[in-house]
Design a binder for this molecule. Structure first.
Ligand SMILES: Cc1cc2nc3c(=O)[nH]c(=O)nc-3n(C[C@H](O)[C@H](O)[C@H](O)COP(=O)(O)O)c2cc1C
Length: 369
């Protein structure tokens, strides 16, 4: 039987004490009609807190830029009613003994024009270029870019005011921040475009503005090499490039980096350290010196994109993930679908109730548990 103790050791990010290493991965549900967290949403998060998750990251929740989203059922993180709903969420999570941060999200050019809460609003991106590399709009001015950064900081300030424990910036998967990182979508010639240091400058500007807004609250950024439209895409082709990328984030004052992979055991640079080499979170931790969160198919046998095609997944082993955590390759383990389906996943694993863990059922996406 796998020794799960390493998953249940406490950890600290900046001043935030976490009781264990299990993070609920951010998962969009688009189940907030009216764009505010409702009773179901409050109970959904409170159940995961009661189920022993160390840190809950919310579904992506939107900044005040009007073109931030493609779906009006995704909750906003601004405005009276959404913020009142989020206050109920964090109070319920705290009452259940949990810790939580909102994942602040802007979909950038992945949003289809004419969709979301404000269908008439234009989409935002670094260069008016979509994820396929086509120019579809004018490049925004520097003042517009700074307002995009400030919109995250405004939400971060509200997160602090409401009592959240940290914030996460969604800088992965081809959304706005990631579109600045990625050469294909960022063709700017000002300080926000060019080499990787300049392409990371929008994230750095955002982190610095968030820091002003949140003070000592931990700031996490989620990054990925892959894009939702291109799984083979890479921002950093070598460890040297990765080091230059993450250095900008470290210098801007980020506290932890959440490295999104579809499979946690996949090595990032197998040509360098072999087929069982460090994963992305391992490399980022080594190169940045910061705590990292790793993720991808934890406790399951297949990766998450199948979930959107209605595919389930078998229960998978935790041994190798826990061994890597124990070796210090990364510090925290985010769990997505397993926790979506089963709010008690963490407490079952802790108590050795492995026979109660179920295969992931694609129907979980359609329901609340
Ligand atoms: C239904 C669903 C919604 C998701 N929404 C988000 C999101 O809003 N933000 C994000 O960064 N990742 C999102 N993801 C990716 C997850 O955070 C996670 O990285 C992925 O599911 C892999 O973890 P898993 O294999 O444990 O499910 C989503 C995944 C699923 C299944």
């Amino acid at each position: 039987m796998t020794d799960v103790t390493p998953l249940f050791r406490p950890f600290r990010i900046r001043g935030l004490e976490l009781k264990n290493r299990i993070v609920m991965a951010p998962m969009t549900r688009a189940r907030s009609p009216g764009a505010f967290p409702n009773d179901d949403n409050v109970a959904y998060y409170a159940r995961r807190a009661a189920g022993g998750v160390g840190l809950i990251l919310s579904e992506g929740t939107l900044t005040r830029r009007k073109g931030a989203s493609n779906d009006a059922n995704i909750p906003l993180f601004w405005g009276e009613r959404p913020l009142a709903g989020w206050k109920r969420v964090i109070d319920a999570v705290h009452a259940a003994g949990g810790k939580m941060g909102p994942q602040l999200w802007h979909q950038g050019m992945r949003r289809e024009p004419g969709t979301g809460h404000f269908p008439d609003a234009p989409s935002d991106g670094p260069s008016g270029i979509n994820l396929h590399g086509s120019k579809v709009a004018d490049e925004p001015s520097e003042a517009e870019v700074l307002d995009m950064a400030q919109a995250y900081a405004d939400a971060a300030g509200d997160a602090k005011r409401l009592g959240f424990d940290c914030i996460e910036l969604h800088g992965a998967h081809g959304y706005l921040i990631d579109e600045f990182f990625w050469e294909r979508t960022n063709r700017r010639t000002d300080r926000f475009g060019g080499a990787i240091e300049q392409r990371a400058e929008f994230a750095a500007e955002t982190i610095r503005r968030c820091r002003v807004a949140v003070g000592e609250l931990p700031i996490i950024i989620r990054i990925s090499q892959w894009k939702a439209t291109d799984y083979a895409a890479r921002v950093a082709a070598t460890p040297q490039e990765l080091e230059r990328w993450v250095k900008v984030l470290v210098d801007a004052g980020v506290d932890a980096i959440h490295c999104s992979q579809r499979r946690i055991l996949e090595p990032e640079f197998p040509g360098i350290d072999g087929p069982h080499g460090l994963n992305l979170a391992g490399w980022v931790k080594k190169l940045s010196g910061l705590p990292t969160i790793s993720v991808g198919s934890v406790g399951l046998t297949s990766e998450f994109l199948g979930a959107f095609r209605g595919e389930g997944s078998g229960v998978g082993k935790l041994d190798e993930t826990i061994a890597r955590l124990e070796r210090g390759e990364f510090d925290l383990v985010a769990v997505g679908r397993a926790l979506l389906q089963d709010p008690e996943w963490a407490s079952k694993v802790k108590a050795g109730r492995h026979d109660e863990l179920r295969d992931y059922d694609a129907q979980a996406l359609q329901r609340y548990y």
